[in-house]
Design a protein around this ligand. Structure first.
Ligand code: GTR
Length: 432
Protein backbone atom coordinates (compact mmCIF):
# COMPACT_ATOMS: atom_id res chain seq x y z
CA UNK A 1 0.00 0.00 0.00
CA UNK A 2 2.96 2.30 0.50
CA UNK A 3 3.22 2.62 -3.25
CA UNK A 4 -0.37 3.74 -3.72
CA UNK A 5 -0.07 7.26 -2.37
CA UNK A 6 3.27 7.63 -4.14
CA UNK A 7 1.60 6.61 -7.41
CA UNK A 8 -1.33 8.93 -6.72
CA UNK A 9 1.05 11.79 -5.98
CA UNK A 10 3.08 11.01 -9.13
CA UNK A 11 -0.06 10.92 -11.20
CA UNK A 12 -1.12 14.18 -9.67
CA UNK A 13 2.23 15.77 -10.56
CA UNK A 14 2.04 14.48 -14.13
CA UNK A 15 -1.50 15.63 -14.75
CA UNK A 16 -1.39 18.69 -12.52
CA UNK A 17 -0.53 21.21 -15.23
CA UNK A 18 -3.47 20.08 -17.35
CA UNK A 19 -5.83 20.05 -14.40
CA UNK A 20 -4.56 23.10 -12.56
CA UNK A 21 -7.32 25.42 -13.73
CA UNK A 22 -9.98 22.86 -12.68
CA UNK A 23 -8.53 22.04 -9.30
CA UNK A 24 -8.36 25.11 -7.13
CA UNK A 25 -6.05 24.57 -4.21
CA UNK A 26 -3.92 21.76 -5.63
CA UNK A 27 -0.60 22.51 -4.01
CA UNK A 28 2.01 21.51 -1.44
CA UNK A 29 2.93 25.05 -0.48
CA UNK A 30 1.65 26.40 2.82
CA UNK A 31 2.12 29.96 1.50
CA UNK A 32 -0.34 29.25 -1.33
CA UNK A 33 -3.22 28.03 0.82
CA UNK A 34 -6.23 30.12 -0.20
CA UNK A 35 -8.18 31.88 2.55
CA UNK A 36 -10.52 29.41 4.18
CA UNK A 37 -12.84 29.21 7.16
CA UNK A 38 -12.36 26.32 9.52
CA UNK A 39 -15.71 24.76 10.35
CA UNK A 40 -16.57 25.10 14.01
CA UNK A 41 -17.64 21.91 15.78
CA UNK A 42 -19.17 24.06 18.49
CA UNK A 43 -21.39 26.32 16.39
CA UNK A 44 -24.72 24.74 15.50
CA UNK A 45 -26.32 25.02 12.07
CA UNK A 46 -28.57 27.77 13.44
CA UNK A 47 -25.45 29.82 14.23
CA UNK A 48 -25.80 29.46 18.00
CA UNK A 49 -22.82 28.44 20.14
CA UNK A 50 -22.89 24.94 21.53
CA UNK A 51 -21.80 25.36 25.12
CA UNK A 52 -23.33 22.49 27.03
CA UNK A 53 -22.80 18.75 26.81
CA UNK A 54 -26.56 18.34 26.31
CA UNK A 55 -26.53 20.67 23.30
CA UNK A 56 -23.63 18.66 21.88
CA UNK A 57 -25.29 15.26 22.26
CA UNK A 58 -28.82 16.29 21.35
CA UNK A 59 -28.28 18.88 18.65
CA UNK A 60 -24.79 19.45 17.28
CA UNK A 61 -23.47 15.89 17.17
CA UNK A 62 -26.47 14.54 15.22
CA UNK A 63 -26.15 17.53 12.87
CA UNK A 64 -22.51 16.67 12.16
CA UNK A 65 -23.26 12.97 11.63
CA UNK A 66 -25.93 14.03 9.15
CA UNK A 67 -23.48 16.32 7.32
CA UNK A 68 -21.12 13.36 6.79
CA UNK A 69 -23.97 11.10 5.73
CA UNK A 70 -25.26 13.63 3.25
CA UNK A 71 -22.00 14.87 1.79
CA UNK A 72 -19.20 12.36 2.31
CA UNK A 73 -19.78 8.75 3.33
CA UNK A 74 -23.53 8.30 2.81
CA UNK A 75 -26.09 6.79 5.13
CA UNK A 76 -25.56 3.37 6.70
CA UNK A 77 -28.96 1.68 6.26
CA UNK A 78 -31.08 1.78 9.39
CA UNK A 79 -31.63 -1.98 9.28
CA UNK A 80 -27.92 -2.61 8.86
CA UNK A 81 -27.64 -5.15 11.65
CA UNK A 82 -27.73 -8.70 10.37
CA UNK A 83 -28.10 -12.07 12.07
CA UNK A 84 -24.40 -12.66 12.56
CA UNK A 85 -23.37 -16.28 12.83
CA UNK A 86 -19.87 -17.15 14.02
CA UNK A 87 -18.11 -20.35 13.03
CA UNK A 88 -14.75 -21.11 14.60
CA UNK A 89 -12.61 -22.44 11.77
CA UNK A 90 -9.39 -23.02 13.65
CA UNK A 91 -7.77 -22.30 16.98
CA UNK A 92 -4.31 -22.83 18.44
CA UNK A 93 -3.53 -22.06 22.08
CA UNK A 94 0.22 -22.00 21.35
CA UNK A 95 0.48 -19.82 18.26
CA UNK A 96 3.46 -17.57 17.48
CA UNK A 97 5.85 -19.68 19.52
CA UNK A 98 3.53 -19.79 22.52
CA UNK A 99 2.93 -16.02 22.65
CA UNK A 100 -0.66 -16.16 21.47
CA UNK A 101 -3.95 -17.94 21.30
CA UNK A 102 -5.00 -17.79 17.66
CA UNK A 103 -8.59 -18.04 16.46
CA UNK A 104 -9.89 -17.87 12.92
CA UNK A 105 -13.59 -17.26 12.76
CA UNK A 106 -15.97 -17.01 9.84
CA UNK A 107 -18.65 -14.43 10.49
CA UNK A 108 -21.68 -15.03 8.29
CA UNK A 109 -24.04 -12.16 7.57
CA UNK A 110 -27.09 -14.28 6.79
CA UNK A 111 -28.61 -17.44 8.14
CA UNK A 112 -28.50 -18.94 4.65
CA UNK A 113 -25.83 -21.55 5.33
CA UNK A 114 -22.21 -22.00 4.39
CA UNK A 115 -22.42 -20.11 1.09
CA UNK A 116 -23.72 -16.90 2.60
CA UNK A 117 -21.64 -13.73 2.52
CA UNK A 118 -19.11 -13.65 5.31
CA UNK A 119 -15.87 -12.20 6.57
CA UNK A 120 -12.98 -14.08 8.12
CA UNK A 121 -11.60 -12.70 11.39
CA UNK A 122 -8.09 -13.50 12.54
CA UNK A 123 -7.95 -12.99 16.30
CA UNK A 124 -4.85 -13.24 18.47
CA UNK A 125 -5.05 -13.01 22.24
CA UNK A 126 -2.06 -12.95 24.57
CA UNK A 127 -1.56 -16.53 25.78
CA UNK A 128 -0.47 -15.43 29.25
CA UNK A 129 -3.54 -13.23 29.77
CA UNK A 130 -5.77 -13.89 32.73
CA UNK A 131 -9.37 -12.93 32.14
CA UNK A 132 -10.71 -10.76 29.37
CA UNK A 133 -8.25 -8.73 27.31
CA UNK A 134 -8.53 -5.42 25.45
CA UNK A 135 -8.36 -5.79 21.68
CA UNK A 136 -7.11 -3.61 18.85
CA UNK A 137 -9.29 -4.15 15.78
CA UNK A 138 -8.52 -3.11 12.22
CA UNK A 139 -9.08 -4.05 8.61
CA UNK A 140 -6.10 -5.12 6.53
CA UNK A 141 -5.27 -4.49 2.88
CA UNK A 142 -3.81 -7.72 1.60
CA UNK A 143 -5.41 -10.61 3.46
CA UNK A 144 -5.01 -11.93 7.02
CA UNK A 145 -1.89 -13.90 6.08
CA UNK A 146 -0.01 -10.62 5.54
CA UNK A 147 -0.10 -9.31 9.11
CA UNK A 148 2.45 -11.69 10.60
CA UNK A 149 4.52 -14.63 9.41
CA UNK A 150 2.40 -17.39 10.93
CA UNK A 151 2.03 -20.60 8.90
CA UNK A 152 -1.19 -21.29 10.83
CA UNK A 153 -3.08 -18.44 9.16
CA UNK A 154 -5.37 -19.86 6.52
CA UNK A 155 -5.30 -17.43 3.60
CA UNK A 156 -8.63 -16.57 2.04
CA UNK A 157 -9.11 -15.29 -1.48
CA UNK A 158 -8.19 -11.73 -2.32
CA UNK A 159 -9.50 -9.49 -5.09
CA UNK A 160 -7.24 -8.66 -8.01
CA UNK A 161 -7.49 -7.17 -11.50
CA UNK A 162 -4.62 -8.91 -13.26
CA UNK A 163 -3.22 -7.77 -16.58
CA UNK A 164 -3.93 -8.00 -19.45
CA UNK A 165 -7.66 -8.60 -18.98
CA UNK A 166 -8.11 -6.31 -15.95
CA UNK A 167 -11.14 -8.38 -15.03
CA UNK A 168 -11.87 -8.39 -11.33
CA UNK A 169 -11.47 -11.82 -9.80
CA UNK A 170 -10.84 -13.58 -6.49
CA UNK A 171 -7.64 -15.58 -6.24
CA UNK A 172 -5.63 -17.37 -3.58
CA UNK A 173 -2.91 -14.96 -2.45
CA UNK A 174 0.70 -15.70 -3.27
CA UNK A 175 2.42 -17.54 -0.40
CA UNK A 176 5.10 -14.83 -0.53
CA UNK A 177 2.59 -12.38 0.93
CA UNK A 178 2.60 -14.26 4.27
CA UNK A 179 4.00 -11.83 6.82
CA UNK A 180 4.55 -9.10 4.22
CA UNK A 181 2.89 -6.51 6.52
CA UNK A 182 4.66 -7.61 9.71
CA UNK A 183 6.27 -4.20 10.16
CA UNK A 184 2.92 -2.40 9.70
CA UNK A 185 1.04 -4.60 12.20
CA UNK A 186 3.59 -5.35 14.93
CA UNK A 187 1.45 -8.28 16.09
CA UNK A 188 4.05 -9.66 18.50
CA UNK A 189 4.62 -6.26 20.10
CA UNK A 190 0.87 -5.77 20.56
CA UNK A 191 0.51 -9.20 22.16
CA UNK A 192 3.51 -8.86 24.44
CA UNK A 193 2.05 -5.60 25.75
CA UNK A 194 -1.10 -7.48 26.80
CA UNK A 195 -3.46 -6.58 23.96
CA UNK A 196 -5.31 -8.81 21.56
CA UNK A 197 -5.41 -8.09 17.85
CA UNK A 198 -8.35 -8.74 15.54
CA UNK A 199 -8.13 -8.19 11.81
CA UNK A 200 -10.18 -8.83 8.69
CA UNK A 201 -9.35 -8.49 5.01
CA UNK A 202 -11.31 -5.46 3.80
CA UNK A 203 -12.09 -7.15 0.48
CA UNK A 204 -14.33 -9.59 2.38
CA UNK A 205 -16.69 -6.63 2.71
CA UNK A 206 -16.15 -4.94 -0.62
CA UNK A 207 -13.41 -5.14 -3.25
CA UNK A 208 -11.49 -1.87 -3.43
CA UNK A 209 -12.16 -1.27 -7.13
CA UNK A 210 -14.43 0.90 -9.20
CA UNK A 211 -17.66 -0.82 -10.30
CA UNK A 212 -17.28 -3.66 -7.80
CA UNK A 213 -20.29 -2.87 -5.67
CA UNK A 214 -22.05 -6.04 -6.86
CA UNK A 215 -19.56 -7.92 -4.69
CA UNK A 216 -20.15 -5.66 -1.69
CA UNK A 217 -22.03 -6.45 1.48
CA UNK A 218 -24.03 -3.37 0.45
CA UNK A 219 -26.00 -5.87 -1.66
CA UNK A 220 -27.45 -7.30 1.54
CA UNK A 221 -29.56 -4.18 1.84
CA UNK A 222 -32.13 -2.50 -0.34
CA UNK A 223 -30.28 -1.10 -3.37
CA UNK A 224 -30.22 2.66 -3.54
CA UNK A 225 -28.96 5.24 -6.00
CA UNK A 226 -29.87 8.04 -3.64
CA UNK A 227 -27.34 10.88 -3.59
CA UNK A 228 -26.63 10.07 0.05
CA UNK A 229 -26.38 6.28 -0.37
CA UNK A 230 -23.35 4.74 1.30
CA UNK A 231 -20.11 3.93 -0.42
CA UNK A 232 -17.31 1.47 0.24
CA UNK A 233 -15.98 3.37 3.26
CA UNK A 234 -19.41 3.00 4.83
CA UNK A 235 -19.43 -0.72 4.00
CA UNK A 236 -15.97 -1.27 5.46
CA UNK A 237 -16.94 0.67 8.60
CA UNK A 238 -20.06 -1.48 8.86
CA UNK A 239 -17.75 -4.52 8.86
CA UNK A 240 -15.88 -3.15 11.89
CA UNK A 241 -19.16 -2.90 13.77
CA UNK A 242 -20.06 -6.49 12.87
CA UNK A 243 -16.62 -7.55 14.11
CA UNK A 244 -17.50 -5.92 17.42
CA UNK A 245 -20.82 -7.81 17.45
CA UNK A 246 -18.70 -10.95 17.48
CA UNK A 247 -16.07 -9.70 19.93
CA UNK A 248 -18.83 -8.89 22.40
CA UNK A 249 -19.67 -12.59 22.48
CA UNK A 250 -16.13 -13.86 22.98
CA UNK A 251 -15.53 -14.60 26.65
CA UNK A 252 -11.80 -13.93 26.33
CA UNK A 253 -12.31 -10.39 25.02
CA UNK A 254 -12.94 -7.29 27.09
CA UNK A 255 -15.51 -5.68 24.79
CA UNK A 256 -15.47 -2.45 26.80
CA UNK A 257 -11.88 -1.96 25.68
CA UNK A 258 -11.93 -2.25 21.91
CA UNK A 259 -9.75 0.22 20.02
CA UNK A 260 -10.04 0.51 16.26
CA UNK A 261 -7.12 1.28 14.03
CA UNK A 262 -6.37 1.61 10.37
CA UNK A 263 -3.97 3.13 7.93
CA UNK A 264 -4.82 5.68 5.28
CA UNK A 265 -8.13 4.77 3.60
CA UNK A 266 -8.63 2.17 6.33
CA UNK A 267 -8.07 4.89 8.93
CA UNK A 268 -10.84 6.92 7.28
CA UNK A 269 -12.87 3.75 7.84
CA UNK A 270 -11.84 3.54 11.51
CA UNK A 271 -12.74 7.22 12.03
CA UNK A 272 -16.16 6.82 10.42
CA UNK A 273 -16.86 3.55 12.25
CA UNK A 274 -16.10 5.24 15.58
CA UNK A 275 -18.32 8.18 14.66
CA UNK A 276 -21.21 5.75 14.27
CA UNK A 277 -20.54 3.03 16.83
CA UNK A 278 -20.30 4.06 20.49
CA UNK A 279 -18.94 0.62 21.44
CA UNK A 280 -15.61 1.65 19.95
CA UNK A 281 -13.72 2.74 23.07
CA UNK A 282 -10.66 4.33 21.43
CA UNK A 283 -9.31 5.23 17.98
CA UNK A 284 -5.73 4.95 16.70
CA UNK A 285 -5.85 6.75 13.37
CA UNK A 286 -2.78 6.59 11.15
CA UNK A 287 -2.63 9.16 8.35
CA UNK A 288 -6.30 9.04 7.42
CA UNK A 289 -5.61 12.21 5.45
CA UNK A 290 -8.18 13.94 3.29
CA UNK A 291 -11.67 12.55 3.62
CA UNK A 292 -10.44 11.52 7.08
CA UNK A 293 -8.64 13.38 9.82
CA UNK A 294 -7.12 16.16 7.71
CA UNK A 295 -8.58 19.54 6.81
CA UNK A 296 -9.91 19.49 3.27
CA UNK A 297 -10.58 23.22 3.35
CA UNK A 298 -6.84 23.99 3.56
CA UNK A 299 -6.52 22.94 -0.06
CA UNK A 300 -3.11 21.39 0.54
CA UNK A 301 -2.24 17.91 -0.72
CA UNK A 302 -5.05 15.65 -1.89
CA UNK A 303 -8.17 17.44 -3.09
CA UNK A 304 -11.77 16.30 -3.39
CA UNK A 305 -11.07 16.10 -7.11
CA UNK A 306 -8.35 13.51 -6.60
CA UNK A 307 -10.40 11.44 -4.20
CA UNK A 308 -13.46 11.58 -6.39
CA UNK A 309 -11.52 10.91 -9.57
CA UNK A 310 -9.68 7.83 -8.27
CA UNK A 311 -12.10 6.47 -5.68
CA UNK A 312 -15.65 7.66 -6.38
CA UNK A 313 -17.05 4.43 -4.95
CA UNK A 314 -15.60 5.16 -1.50
CA UNK A 315 -18.09 7.97 -1.01
CA UNK A 316 -21.76 8.81 -1.52
CA UNK A 317 -22.76 10.23 -4.91
CA UNK A 318 -23.18 13.69 -3.34
CA UNK A 319 -19.45 13.85 -2.65
CA UNK A 320 -18.91 14.74 -6.32
CA UNK A 321 -20.58 18.09 -5.59
CA UNK A 322 -17.47 19.23 -3.76
CA UNK A 323 -15.04 18.66 -6.61
CA UNK A 324 -13.33 22.02 -7.14
CA UNK A 325 -15.01 23.35 -3.98
CA UNK A 326 -12.72 22.09 -1.25
CA UNK A 327 -13.05 25.39 0.62
CA UNK A 328 -16.82 24.93 0.91
CA UNK A 329 -17.08 21.31 1.99
CA UNK A 330 -19.55 21.29 4.91
CA UNK A 331 -18.14 18.16 6.61
CA UNK A 332 -14.41 18.40 7.22
CA UNK A 333 -11.80 16.38 9.16
CA UNK A 334 -12.04 18.37 12.38
CA UNK A 335 -15.76 17.64 12.53
CA UNK A 336 -15.13 13.95 11.88
CA UNK A 337 -12.68 13.76 14.78
CA UNK A 338 -15.06 15.68 17.03
CA UNK A 339 -17.53 12.79 16.63
CA UNK A 340 -15.05 10.53 18.46
CA UNK A 341 -15.14 12.73 21.60
CA UNK A 342 -14.84 12.09 24.48
CA UNK A 343 -13.22 8.73 23.69
CA UNK A 344 -9.42 8.42 23.60
CA UNK A 345 -8.15 9.40 20.15
CA UNK A 346 -4.59 9.16 18.86
CA UNK A 347 -3.96 10.96 15.57
CA UNK A 348 -0.72 10.12 13.73
CA UNK A 349 0.90 11.82 10.76
CA UNK A 350 4.16 11.31 8.86
CA UNK A 351 6.26 14.24 7.75
CA UNK A 352 6.81 12.72 4.30
CA UNK A 353 3.08 12.19 3.78
CA UNK A 354 2.33 15.62 2.33
CA UNK A 355 -0.55 14.15 0.34
CA UNK A 356 -2.43 13.80 3.67
CA UNK A 357 -1.28 17.27 4.87
CA UNK A 358 0.16 16.54 8.35
CA UNK A 359 -0.44 20.10 9.53
CA UNK A 360 -4.08 19.74 8.52
CA UNK A 361 -4.23 16.55 10.60
CA UNK A 362 -2.77 18.38 13.59
CA UNK A 363 -5.09 21.39 13.26
CA UNK A 364 -8.02 19.03 13.03
CA UNK A 365 -7.01 17.39 16.30
CA UNK A 366 -6.68 20.81 17.95
CA UNK A 367 -10.13 21.84 16.78
CA UNK A 368 -11.79 18.57 17.84
CA UNK A 369 -10.13 18.95 21.24
CA UNK A 370 -12.58 21.75 22.01
CA UNK A 371 -15.38 19.19 22.05
CA UNK A 372 -13.38 17.04 24.46
CA UNK A 373 -13.07 20.07 26.77
CA UNK A 374 -16.81 20.69 26.55
CA UNK A 375 -17.42 17.08 27.54
CA UNK A 376 -15.16 17.38 30.58
CA UNK A 377 -12.03 15.74 29.14
CA UNK A 378 -8.72 17.26 28.17
CA UNK A 379 -7.94 17.44 24.48
CA UNK A 380 -4.53 18.29 23.04
CA UNK A 381 -2.75 20.52 25.55
CA UNK A 382 -1.26 22.81 22.86
CA UNK A 383 -2.07 24.35 19.51
CA UNK A 384 1.58 24.37 18.44
CA UNK A 385 2.52 21.56 16.10
CA UNK A 386 5.16 19.38 17.79
CA UNK A 387 8.59 18.73 16.27
CA UNK A 388 8.99 15.56 14.24
CA UNK A 389 9.14 12.37 16.35
CA UNK A 390 8.09 14.15 19.55
CA UNK A 391 4.62 12.87 20.41
CA UNK A 392 2.16 14.94 22.40
CA UNK A 393 0.80 12.22 24.63
CA UNK A 394 -0.07 13.74 27.96
CA UNK A 395 -1.49 11.24 30.48
CA UNK A 396 -4.20 13.76 31.34
CA UNK A 397 -5.39 14.22 27.75
CA UNK A 398 -7.77 12.08 25.71
CA UNK A 399 -6.31 13.34 22.43
CA UNK A 400 -2.72 12.55 21.44
CA UNK A 401 -0.80 13.41 18.28
CA UNK A 402 2.53 12.90 16.59
CA UNK A 403 4.18 13.59 13.29
CA UNK A 404 6.76 10.92 12.71
CA UNK A 405 9.75 11.03 10.38
CA UNK A 406 9.35 9.00 7.20
CA UNK A 407 6.66 8.35 4.66
CA UNK A 408 3.02 7.29 4.49
CA UNK A 409 3.18 4.05 6.44
CA UNK A 410 2.59 2.46 9.85
CA UNK A 411 5.74 1.71 11.82
CA UNK A 412 6.94 0.32 15.14
CA UNK A 413 7.24 3.94 16.32
CA UNK A 414 3.51 4.50 15.70
CA UNK A 415 2.61 1.32 17.55
CA UNK A 416 4.84 2.16 20.52
CA UNK A 417 2.95 5.43 20.96
CA UNK A 418 -0.43 3.77 20.46
CA UNK A 419 0.26 1.12 23.07
CA UNK A 420 1.55 3.71 25.56
CA UNK A 421 -1.65 5.66 24.94
CA UNK A 422 -3.89 2.63 25.42
CA UNK A 423 -1.98 1.71 28.58
CA UNK A 424 -2.96 5.08 30.02
CA UNK A 425 -6.58 5.15 28.90
CA UNK A 426 -7.68 1.54 29.05
CA UNK A 427 -6.35 1.22 32.57
CA UNK A 428 -8.67 4.06 33.59
CA UNK A 429 -11.82 2.25 32.54
CA UNK A 430 -13.29 0.06 35.22
CA UNK A 431 -13.41 -3.62 34.44
CA UNK A 432 -16.76 -4.94 33.20
C1 GTR B 1 -4.46 7.38 -1.67
C2 GTR B 1 -5.67 8.17 -1.32
C3 GTR B 1 -5.51 8.63 0.10
C4 GTR B 1 -5.25 7.42 0.99
C5 GTR B 1 -4.32 6.43 0.34
C6 GTR B 1 -4.24 5.03 0.92
O1 GTR B 1 -4.26 7.14 -2.99
O2 GTR B 1 -5.78 9.18 -2.23
O3 GTR B 1 -6.62 9.36 0.51
O4 GTR B 1 -6.43 6.86 1.41
O5 GTR B 1 -4.62 6.20 -0.98
O6 GTR B 1 -5.23 4.48 1.36
O7 GTR B 1 -3.16 4.46 0.87
Amino acid sequence: MRLLPVCAALLAVLVAPALAQHIPGYNYDEAKIPPYTLLDPLTAADGKPVNTAAAWWQQRRPEIVHLFEENVFGVTPANAKVPLRAKLIETDPHALGGLAIRKQIDLYFTTKGADGPKMRMLLYLPARAKGRVPVVLGLNFGGNQTVVNDPGIQPTKIWVKPKPSLVLQQVAPDEKTRGSQTEEWQVEKVLSRGYGLATIYYGDLEPDFKDASQYSIRQLFAPSNAPDSWGAIGAWAWGLSRAIDYLETDKQVDAKRIAVTGHSRLAKVADWAAAQDPRIAAVLSTESGKGGQSIQRRGLGESVYHLQHSFPYWFCPNYARWVGHDQEIPADGNLLLSLIAPRPLYVASAVGDEWSDPKGEFLSSVSASRVYQLLGRHGLPTDTMPPVDQPINSPAANVAYHVRSGIHDVTAFDWDQYLNFLDIHFRRLTRP
